[in-house]
Design a protein around this ligand. Structure first.
Ligand SMILES: [Ca+2]
Length: 346
């Protein structure tokens, strides 16, 4: 456990962590349980689940504004997206509506730059792709519509709506960038391949910030971290030792001495590096990149072992660094499920 580890480094234990086994119907390696757990409780562990968006309007009284940007028809459904220019401080720059026959069944106004429905573009700059409107993404035989709402920041919103015999908003997910959709385990349900930007800009510039991969899968009516697909064996110890030694002996450790030393400036200049390679605490980002890769594949113990191996002997601030690393990790929207991924089972 991370908690035990940090206690071991920082002093005597003051908190006793009690591991509670949560049985889950979505993953094959645990005992099956009823999915009747209250929705609010499930959402608390899944802060990326936006539920039904607050921006939904009464569909009957909704009047779309702006220019019709795309119109996609699947059976008796029509998905229209509208674009209208953001002027001044105006924050809402688009909207979309879903019609069943002539009746409007859903309408949403943008919080950011508008909506991008699947099927209107091939792939995207960041490598993601939204499946065409009408694709059955949830594997229940009913067509779905997926729209990406771009906010202009790193965070986007992903609308997943069922447009089958019955219209049903399935979920709105808060995600970073554009995800990819892929059936990774051949069960006919598309997984959502995304990443975690909790460590973006943490102790180093964005370009060197590690963003571990995250897979979400649809199960029991909602998207959840696919622990069974993210779990992987740890790389062999010999390989981790090699990586750890390379980090521990790297020239990127940079002791801050109240001002940048001539050596630091020389290194930065000679590398012509527009972005510091080392972290702002003088710790190379490769250290926590590897730790995150291990934790996000269910190998937390190995991550802690790696941390010990890769920390430059004698370099100050080791316990403090680990404390802040863990605090930041716990702010991840996926943390509760990543923690569960790392929990040992009898
Ligand atoms: Ca479906």
């Amino acid at each position: 456990m991370l908690l035990k580890r940090i206690v071991a480094i920082t002093g005597p234990p003051t908190i006793v962590a009690v591991a509670v086994l949560v049985f889950d119907a979505c993953f094959t390696h645990v005992i099956f349980a009823d999915s009747a757990e209250p929705r609010a409780q499930q959402t608390a562990t899944r802060p990326y689940d936006m539920g039904v968006p607050e921006t939904i309007r009464d569909a009957d009284s909704f009047v779309p504004t702006g220019t019709l940007e795309s119109q996609l028809r699947v059976r008796d459904y029509t998905v229209n997206t509208y674009d209208h220019a953001c002027v001044g401080d105006e924050e809402q720059c688009g909207c979309f509506e879903v019609l069943k026959g002539k009746q409007r069944v859903y309408a949403v106004e943008a919080r950011g730059y508008g909506f991008d429905p699947g099927g209107t573009s091939e792939g995207r700059e960041d490598g993601g792709i939204i499946p065409p409107v009408g694709t059955d993404v949830t594997g229940d035989g009913q067509p779905d519509a997926v729209l990406l709402e771009e906010t202009g920041g790193h965070e986007n919103y992903l609308y997943i709506l069922q447009i089958g015999g019955e219209f049903r908003p399935i979920e709105v997910l808060r995600i970073w960038g554009t995800p990819a959709f892929k059936d990774l385990n051949g069960d006919g349900v598309l997984e959502v391949l995304t990443w975690d930007e909790t460590f973006m800009g943490w102790k180093c510039c964005n370009a060197y910030s590690p963003c571990p991969d995250v897979i979400l899968s649809y199960c029991s009516g909602q998207y959840r971290v696919a622990r069974d697909l993210m779990k992987r064996p740890s790389p062999p110890d010999a390989e981790l030792r090699r990586k750890a030694a390379a980090i521990a002996t790297s020239q990127d450790w940079s002791e801050y001495r109240g001002s940048w030393s001539f050596h630091d400036m020389l290194v930065a200049t000679t590398r012509m590096d527009p972005c510091w390679r080392w972290g702002y605490d003088g710790v190379p980002p490769d250290l926590w990149r590897e730790m995150l890769n291990l934790i996000y594949s269910g190998n937390q113990d190995k991550a802690m072992w790696f941390f010990d191996q890769a920390w430059k002997p004698g370099f100050r601030g080791k316990a403090r660094f680990l404390k802040y690393f863990i605090s930041n990790l716990q702010t991840s929207p996926y943390w509760a499920e990543i923690e569960e991924l790392n929990r040992k089972r009898p």
